[in-house]
Design a protein around this ligand. Sequence first.
Ligand SMILES: NC(=O)c1ccc[n+]([C@@H]2O[C@H](COP(=O)([O-])OP(=O)(O)OC[C@H]3O[C@@H](n4cnc5c(N)ncnc54)[C@H](O)[C@@H]3O)[C@@H](O)[C@H]2O)c1
Length: 315
Amino acid sequence: MKCLITDAVYAGIAEELKKYMDVTTSNGKPLSKDEMLKAIGDADILIMRVDPKIDREILDAAKNLKFIGVCAVGLNHIDLDYAKEKGIQVFNAPGLNANAVAELTISKMLDISRNTIPANHDVKENHIWDKYKYIGRELRGKTLGIMGFGRIGRRVGELGKAFKMDIVAYDPFLKPEQFEAEGAKGMGVEELIRTSDFISIHVPLTPETKNLFNKESIGRMKDGAVVLNMSRGGIVNEKDMYEALKEGRIGGYASDVLENELAGSGLSGNDEFNSPLFECDNFIVTPHLGAQTTDAARDIGLYITGKVKEVMGLK
Ligand SMILES: NC(=O)c1ccc[n+]([C@@H]2O[C@H](COP(=O)([O-])OP(=O)(O)OC[C@H]3O[C@@H](n4cnc5c(N)ncnc54)[C@H](O)[C@@H]3O)[C@@H](O)[C@H]2O)c1
């Protein structure tokens, strides 16, 4: 039996599976489509993250493939219908990176509230030591509006409560008692936008959520309110957000994603990326690293390894 492991995934997956089969790894790098087409030929098992897209061509090239283990949450990079038609089982690891993304959300909420990123830049790059330039505000007593009260959203709410924030949430797929059980107040999207001091986005990118934060919705936010997007680029319209930040209509935008970030089309691609937001001091951003912790990688790796053994009948 042969296993191909691509991208940066938990090293323990290869260590464990080597006991049962031949394991080839890509040394922690995602493969390009051409590289995948060459490498997938005789693999029974593919362990990957989200690059490259697994389309018909790759699935047709994979003559022996029975199992794809995705060490991530999203599966929209795989042609699931065609994989099913070919009898290939596909597993992802939902929820196991929720804490990692939630902690990053809180980290950004604190950073943007206390101006730590521009202040750090001032000290180290400009050699300016001026505490009077950076008067922040606390999270305590502020209203945290969570859009999408799923695994990550609920964990953000739990952490927000530890900071004595008031938690409100919008999720059209939940019943009122499911908000109450988490100590949150469920409300409609309009009320959440109007009343929150911090709005944290944890919904998937869908036709309904694309451009949800645009000129009109941003215009209804409280003065000085902050938007956090650890979810997907495209939910926030960056041009409209740029104009709101430039005009000082809201307090800031903290993001782990961009509309045209490389991850969607493959980190191994050659796409250029840019955003008008790069000009704004009250925009802070990281390169989609929400789930990048050793803890989440280990938990996901152990889960996917267990699934391989279960499905392939390995003892
Ligand atoms: N930054 C990162 O590295 C990273 C990592 C993992 C996930 N994510 C993103 O975070 C999102 C949430 O992840 P999760 O694990 O919490 O998913 P989840 O499925 O547990 O939760 C998503 C929630 O959004 C709700 N929802 C769906 N459509 C909605 C809408 N139109 N309006 C309001 N709520 C809606 C669902 O009912 C669900 O409760 C993912 O879709 C993904 O885009 C980002």
